[in-house]
Design a protein around this ligand. Structure first.
Ligand code: PEP
Ligand code: MG
Length: 549
């Protein structure tokens, strides 16, 4: 038995014969081109060919995995035609490079910029840039893209897999995959999750040729891959696979069920998303709405402040996808670990305690005003609310409300449709906000607890500092007491309170949250159904709060 350790992409178990897949990268030299004009023409023709390949992949993905994941290929089309990439390639061609070399070099440079970003999602986009440029190079050099022909069910092993390669596979024959490289935020990983393929990436060592055809087990819980497992290991995983299947069928039956306890207490279970595309997944996963739309992703993906129109397009798309279900857009939470270069924020000694979110908007109100205009305009399309992060005082809330009033006045004067009574809420991410929740509740319509930051600020632990991980305890009494204190104060004013930090999905705390009357829990899509099952199993009459506090 041989064991490889990688990063899990999707929890689950896959058992089957291993099939090794090789991909050959084209050899690209810096040999002199045939002159700028001809090389540019080669590049333009390659762009067209690549777009038509991607268009076909998009259409095939649309019918096999649905719109949300098909968008990966729409994004690759945009990247293929991206003006920054184009300029970088043409510049190099003008300096004498051949077209393929120019694309390769420009792609490497752009990919490096993505790889150096703080946000993990953005880092994973560097792989997309390389994939797009690889396809362009193949088109320039006249190399056909390889596709793997499968005839029997198998677990695929490769150095890395691109989303295009995954799409071209016969999905009914792939049980899972193992790659030596890649991250669990890559689009390949995202596709694997949509296709429910238990997979492991980043084993770092390539699986040797001699294991081609051998029996393989993927443990998508631990990220372990067993080749030629011994009999006991094999039996253990077969058993686990049977149990998981039964569990999945049971959870699927809860998709349209109510989130209500045995004693009749209801709590809404919603999804946390980062972009409008994820709203489809949220609904498919049984979400009753979106409890947190982290709008800062739009800012992090841009190279300059996103325009009102770009924001309006994204927010109105999200609202419409939710088809009348509630959706809460959080205004941009830039700063601390989420840095966008064009904000040109000054370097800080303690970024987590520094210039972040609404604090930046005090000095640069136009940023928030533009965003609020886009959000109010989108409010005409459905059940939208806006939420402000990182609040510590009444003064901040009043500042945002005054801006909202200005925006409403402008939109009315312009004759633009919007919902004048769109609810405004705030996040409880600081002990200060929790402790003055009674006063804040007189100013706003609702609250959502951001337990990730509330833990950081209550326990004085930088959430980014790995050395402090063992002290970062979101179940600390201090935190639970703050949440209960805030919930009581907010309910006393007749307002509602949800939880959208990671703690919302901690099934050992669901009883506590329900007992103190938390009105909604918002979690990432895969946690919705297990949470609903947990809610249904609870009888709050027998829960003793003292156990927690
Ligand atoms: C939180 O702080 O719990 C939260 C939901 O916000 P973020 O994780 O985006 O800071
Ligand atoms: Mg936060």
């Amino acid at each position: 038995m041989h064991i490889y350790q990688g990063k899990s992409v999707l929890e689950g178990v896959a058992i089957g014969p291993l099939r090794l897949m090789h991909s050959q990268k084209p050899t690209i030299t810096d040999a002199k081109g045939e002159g700028a004009e001809k090389e540019e023409a080669k590049f333009r023709a390659a762009q067209q060919k690549a777009v038509s390949i991607l268009q076909k992949l998009y259409e095939s993905a649309l019918s096999s995995v649905g719109k949300s994941d098909a968008e990966i290929f729409a994004m690759h089309i945009d990247m293929t035609e991206d003006l920054d990439l184009e300029d970088a390639v043409i510049d190099r061609i003008k300096q004498g490079a051949n077209a393929a070399y120019a694309v390769k070099e420009a792609g490497n440079e752009i990919a490096k910029t993505f790889a150096q970003m703080e946000d993990e999602y953005m880092q994973a986009r560097s792989v997309d840039v390389l994939d797009v440029c690889n396809r362009l190079c193949n088109c320039i050099l006249g190399i056909e893209e390889e596709s793997v022909r499968l005839s029997t069910p198998c677990i695929l092993a490769a150095s890395d897999l691109t989303p295009a390669q995954i799409m071209q596979l016969d999905k009914s024959l792939v049980l899972g995959f193992v790659t030596a490289r890649g991250s669990n935020n890559s689009h390949t990983a995202i596709l694997a999750r949509t296709l429910s393929l238990p997979s492991v990436v980043n084993t770092q060592t390539e699986i040797p040729e001699k294991f081609d055809g051998c029996l393989c087990v993927i443990d998508g819980f631990t990220g372990k891959v067993y080749i030629n497992p011994d009999e006991a290991t094999l039996q253990q995983y077969k058993q686990k696979q049977t149990e998981l299947l039964a569990e999945r069928e049971m959870l699927a039956s809860l998709k349209n069920a109510e989130s209500v306890t045995k004693d009749g207490k209801k709590t809404a279970i919603l999804a946390n998303v980062g972009r409008s595309l994820e709203c489809d997944v949220a609904i498919e996963s049984g979400a009753e709405g979106v409890g947190l739309f982290r709008s800062e992703f739009l800012y992090l993906e841009s190279t300059d402040y996103p325009t009102e129109e770009a924001q309006f397009a994204e927010y109105s798309a999200a609202v419409q996808k939710m088809q009348g279900r509630p959706i809460v857009i959080r205004t941009m939470d830039i700063g601390a670990d989420k840095q966008a270069k064009y904000f040109q924020l000054p370097p800080e000694e303690n970024p987590a305690l520094g210039y972040r979110s609404v604090r930046i908007c005090f000095d640069r109100p136009q940023i928030l005003k533009t965003q609020l205009r886009a959000i109010y305009r989108a409010s005409a399309f459905g059940n939208l609310s806006v939420m402000i992060p990182m609040i510590t005082s009444l003064q901040e809330v009043r500042f945002v409300k005054a801006l909202a009033e200005e925006v409403k006045k402008e939109l009315s004067q312009e004759g633009v449709a919007f919902r004048a009574d769109m609810p405004i809420g705030i996040m409880i991410e600081t002990p200060a906000a929790a402790l003055i929740a009674d006063e804040l509740a007189k100013e706003v319509d609702f609250f959502s607890v951001g337990t990730n930051d509330l833990t950081q600020y209550t326990l004085a632990i930088d959430r980014q500092n790995q050395a402090l991980e063992k002290f970062y305890d979101p179940r600390h009494k201090a935190l639970l007491r703050l949440i209960r204190f805030a919930a009581d104060a907010i309910h006393a004013q007749g307002k509602w309170i949800g939880i959208c930090g990671e703690l919302a999905r901690d099934l050992t705390l669901t009883e506590f949250f329900l007992k103190i009357g938390i009105d909604e829990l918002s979690v990432s899509a895969p946690y919705i159904l297990p949470l609903r099952k947990r809610v249904q199993s609870i009888d709050t009459r027998s829960v003793l709060l003292e156990t927690w506090l």
